[in-house]
Design a protein around this ligand. Structure first.
Ligand SMILES: [Fe+2]
Length: 117
């Protein structure tokens, strides 16, 4: 999971760099799509892992994921390269940071106690 978090953050930064250097929508759009795909994949594997080990907080955790995915769906209607998109992706980076330092820290030690690496 930590590796996936790293890949996600790298991709978020890649999108931000593209936006910062004024890349057009045609360049930004595929990056955003990759980011959304990776996010879905990551959430799915995290939820499966938590379900498999019966983590007590899995429902609340999955709910946080679902809320973010709903938000992302709204953002996808935005133009791909404007200042607005930059704010959105910066917001996303903050969300990931808060989420991985908060909600994700709750299951890490719990899983380790059960012998999951
Ligand atoms: Fe999570």
């Amino acid at each position: 999971m930590d590796d996936q978090h790293g890949v996600l953050m790298d991709t978020v930064n890649e999108v931000l760099e593209a936006l910062a250097r004024g890349a057009g929508q045609s360049a930004v759009e595929p990056l955003l799509e990759r980011l959304v795909g990776l996010t879905r994949l990551h959430f799915l594997s995290e939820e499966r892992l938590l379900e498999r080990y019966g983590f007590p907080g899995v429902a609340a955790h999955a709910e946080e994921h679902r809320r973010l995915l709903n938000q992302i769906r709204q953002w996808q209607g935005l133009q791909g390269a404007g200042a607005e998109m930059r704010e959105v992706v910066e917001g996303l980076r903050e969300w990931f940071q808060t989420h991985t330092e908060g909600a994700d820290q709750e299951y890490g030690p719990w899983l380790r106690e059960r012998g999951v690496r």
